[in-house]
Design a protein around this ligand. Structure first.
Ligand code: NAD
Ligand code: DAU
Length: 354
């Protein structure tokens, strides 16, 4: 199939594009605005493949979308283009509203217009997969998990914008018959993740001998999934999911933030011991909490396991070790980012003004 992947220069998008090119026969057009979070270096290994092409542009640009769709004539979309960092959404929500809500709306319009022009057989196969997050469900107490029927209760500007986009996508399926699919996934980690997120931030700060900032007491819980497991799930849902259905994706790997960071420190102690017998965990520092910090996320992924036969392959400990090794072996990739886009400063404590 010919697939437009949006946000394909980001962390999950680039892993998906590499997977689609290396492991399937699909043809991919990557449409990406190249925000601070994008990296074309993450796609170097596929950039010359004849089944891969790239267009620099925004999902908010309807005229561009119309041109790209008319030329590429896709059999489906996988929408990952988004502003994704909760802390940045606290400091400045505007880009989140523009891209996550308005951009998704523009993309739906372009997809719907295209589907209506397709012959019946291609229309029957067409899919619009919207990639979303477990954060739309809000925050859990000590027990329970999010499942597909959990009511939406977003708490941050980021999760509210993603919830809005999910509702728009559902509405296009329900009202116009667009063959949509939605996935809601838990926290991803792995190679090529932008170092504003907890895991790469702590690896890079530890290597620099800087303090490792843990918000609050580090007791908030996330459910971690290795990014390659996520992109296998997305491919499965795109190829075999039932239109108008939602699929939750998660790693069954709940961890407190403090335990995640201690694990990273333990792996680094083995792979790159500090001078003088010091331990990386000595760098852990408890800092002011994130405003509105969600306590716990956990995904019940039994539907995608039972109906589509997907399950995660990477254990948390093996995934963290692979991730730490990758950052140790790919300093050029993240040093470029530190030099150009982000130096590891604390985000998310400003008031929202724009
Ligand atoms: P990311 O921040 O690493 O990358 C986002 C990409 O989208 C970047 O390449 C950026 O340039 C592009 N982009 C932003 N605005 C755009 C626009 N207007 N038009 C076109 N491209 C644009 O994000 P990620 O972590 O890879 O997340 C990808 C998707 O998966 C997002 O929709 C996110 O909400 C969702 N998600 C992420 C996680 C996670 O843990 N990272 C978990 C669940 C769901
Ligand atoms: O749950 C899925 C979501 O996971 C995705 O939708 C988001 O796009 C993605 O960014 C991620 O959101 P989180 O806010 O959970 O991820 P982050 O890496 O920013 O933070 C993970 C946890 O670690 C969270 O409880 C906040 C905490 N944290 C984060 C940073 C950056 C710290 O304690 N210190 C930090 O420096």
């Amino acid at each position: 199939m010919k697939i437009i992947v949006t946000g394909g220069a980001g962390f999950i998008g680039s892993a998906l594009v590499r997977h689609l090119i290396d492991e399937t026969t699909h043809t991919v057009l990557n449409l990406d605005k190249l925000t601070y979070a994008a990296s074309l270096a993450s796609l170097a290994c596929v950039s010359h493949n004849p089944r891969y092409s790239f267009v620099h542009g925004s999902i908010c640009d309807s005229a561009l979308l119309e041109r790209v769709v008319a030329t590429f004539d896709p059999d489906g979309f996988i929408n990952l283009a988004a502003e994704t960092h909760v802390d940045r959404s606290i400091d400045g929500p505007v880009a989140f509203i523009d891209t996550n809500i308005n951009g998704t709306f523009r993309l739906l319009q372009a997809a719907q217009a295209h589907v209506e022009r397709l012959p019946t057989d291609r229309r029957a196969r067409f899919r619009f997969l919207h990639v979303s997050t477990d954060e739309v469900y809000g925050s859990l107490g000590e027990t329970g998990k999010f499942h597909e029927a959990t009511p939406y209760d977003p708490r941050s500007p980021y999760s509210a914008s993603k919830a809005a986009s999910d509702h728009l996508v559902s509405a296009w399926g329900h009202t116009y018959g667009l063959p949509i699919l939605i996935t809601n996934c838990s926290n991803n980690y792995g190679p090529y993740q932008f170092p504003e997120k907890l895991i790469p931030l702590c690896i890079i700060k530890a290597l620099a001998g800087e303090e490792l900032p843990i918000y609050g007491r580090g007791e908030n819980i996330r459910d971690w999934l290795y990014v390659d497991d996520h992109v296998r799930a997305l491919t499965t849902v795109f190829e075999r999911g039932i239109p108008c259905q939602t699929y939750n994706i998660g790693g069954d790997a709940e961890r407190r933030n403090i335990d995640v960071v201690r694990r990273i420190c333990a792996v680094l102690d083995t792979l790159r011991p500090r001078d003088g017998g010091k331990h990386y965990a000595d760098l852990i520092s408890f800092v002011a909490d994130r405003p509105g910090h969600d306590a716990r996320y956990a995904i019940d992924a039994s539907k995608i396991r039972a109906e589509l036969g997907w399950s995660p392959e990477q254990s948390f400990d093996a995934g963290i070790e692979a991730t730490v090794k990758w950052y140790l072996e790919n300093e050029d990739w993240w040093e470029d980012i530190l030099a150009q886009n982000y130096k590891g400063e604390r985000l998310g404590l400003k008031r929202a003004h724009g």
